[in-house]
Ligand binder design. Structure first.
Ligand code: FAD
Length: 402
């Protein structure tokens, strides 16, 4: 019987897990599989500075070239896991090999959502998830004149900001009525609307794409034509859970796990973007797409696998860079029934604090890193005491509630 820890996916979660296992003095064999051929890399720069050419490709790897060999981690690039046999405790690989595991960890992330739009597979249309995608977009941007971005979420808006900075005409096509609607409140959306507008980006709300032409032109649901010559898809992702589903494990918008990352099979775990985990913070099962979540779940699981059962309890946080503005989010604002502002949006630096039934649950900070850092500490408390009046009062020192 194999004692190996086999990790499927060498993204942020998979690499952090391998690293943390060795830091926890775990001596079991570790096999880390990636279906990508690029050396494991960071994704955040791909829609930001890497696109602009100000972040060199050599800086993208998550760990140095000697790290894997040096720590006895068997990294296999360009090898996909194709199925899991729970009876024999093996994974069928794209190479034809059946790889035995003692513990299996799914860190398979997400992929770009398929949109049923005629022309979506055309030569001028690019999704952005991987380094290979970002390289293609970078090259296509050079010759592009008018860039259409489908989706006004983080990745779409970061890409729009990079394209606008490069002097391109940019149109964002958003189905909903405001930007980043699923993640931030209306005040933050309107701030970013103004920011993009000030940089010459046109945003079409309530707009659906009916079709995309060979040359990259877009026909909208209302018949309007956009004369774009490059189309970037930023309309969301879906979790890679097919391996788990086919192995009989429950998936609901992600692979169901408990607070330890464990699935219904005690030898199979899921972490990162693909995991629909029981969150102590949200007191519910949720799926998050962030570096913080991927890295912290991996660290907690490494402790568990090294012999100290450790539930994942961290406060969720996230960031996005658009133009020279950093947006930082702490907590989860879903279900808020009260929002208060701290600072003046007109000054370009402010935060919005979110409350539910009088209890603070989240804050979004625009160029206000001190508010963000304070909120991460406040939310980590079992019973955060910050009131709406205190949050709104810039004279009140948030450190008093940390
Ligand atoms: C362009 C971009 C910008 C982002 N910016 C930010 C940001 O500013 N802040 C932030 O917090 N987050 C950001 N994110 C999100 C963040 O990168 C993800 O949350 C994080 O990468 C999740 O890590 P993961 O390991 O769960 O998944 P991934 O990083 O997606 O890694 C999963 C890996 O598993 C591989 N895989 C899948 N199936 C198989 C299989 N069957 N066999 C082998 N390998 C497989 C995939 O190809 C992939 O390499 C960004 C994401 C993107 C794409």
């Amino acid at each position: 019987m194999s004692d190996a820890i086999v990790i499927l996916g060498a993204g942020q979660a998979g690499v952090q897990l391998a690293d943390s296992l060795r830091r926890e003095k775990c001596t079991r064999p570790i096999v880390l599989l990636s279906d990508e051929t690029d050396f494991p890399y960071q994704r955040p720069p791909l829609s930001k500075t890497y696109l602009l050419g100000s972040f060199a490709e050599e800086r993208l790897p998550l760990r140095g070239p000697d790290f894997y060999d040096g720590h006895g981690i068997d990294l296999r690039l360009g090898v996909a896991a194709e199925s899991i046999d729970r009876d024999t405790r093996t994974v069928r690989l794209s190479t034809g090999e059946d790889l035995a595991y003692g513990t299996l960890v799914l860190a398979t992330g997400t992929r770009v959502r398929d949109l049923p739009i005629p022309g979506i597979g055309g030569p001028r249309v690019h999704a952005l998830r991987s380094l290979a995608d970002s390289r293609k977009i970078r090259a296509a941007l050079e010759g592009a004149r008018h860039v259409a971005v489908i989706g006004g979420g983080f990745i779409g808006l970061e890409t729009a900001s990079a394209a606008a900075k490069m002097g391109k005409q940019v149109t964002v096509v958003e189905m909903l009525d405001r930007l980043m609607r699923r993640a931030v409140g209306p005040r933050i959306s309107s701030f970013f609307h103004e920011l993009h507008a000030a940089n010459g980006v046109e945003i079409r709300y309530g707009a659906e794409v009916r079709s995309i032409g060979e040359a990259g032109t877009i026909t909208l649901g209302n018949g309007d034509l956009l004369d774009s010559d490059l189309v970037i898809l930023g309309a969301g992702v879906v979790p890679n859970c097919e391996l788990a589903t086919e192995a009989g494990l429950a998936c609901n918008n992600g692979i169901d796990t408990d607070e330890y990352g464990r699935t219904a099979d005690p030898d199979i775990f899921a972490i990162g973007d693909c995991a629909h985990h029981l969150s102590a913070f949200a007191r519910a099962r949720i799926r998050l797409e962030s570096i913080q979540n991927a890295a912290d779940q991996a660290r907690a699981l490494a402790k568990t696998l090294a012999g100290t059962p450790t539930a994942y309890v961290e406060v969720p946080w996230f960031w996005s860079d658009q133009y020279d503005v950093k947006l930082q989010m702490a907590g989860l604002s879903d279900g808020a029934d009260q929002q208060v502002e701290r600072g003046d949006p007109a000054s370009g630096s402010f935060s919005v604090f979110y409350f539910r039934e009088g209890r603070v649950i989240a804050a979004d900070s625009v160029r206000a890193p001190a508010d963000h850092m304070a909120m991460r500490r406040i939310l980590a408390k079992p019973d955060p005491a910050l009131t709406a009046e205190e949050a709104a009062d810039t004279g009140f020192d948030l450190k008093q509630r940390m």
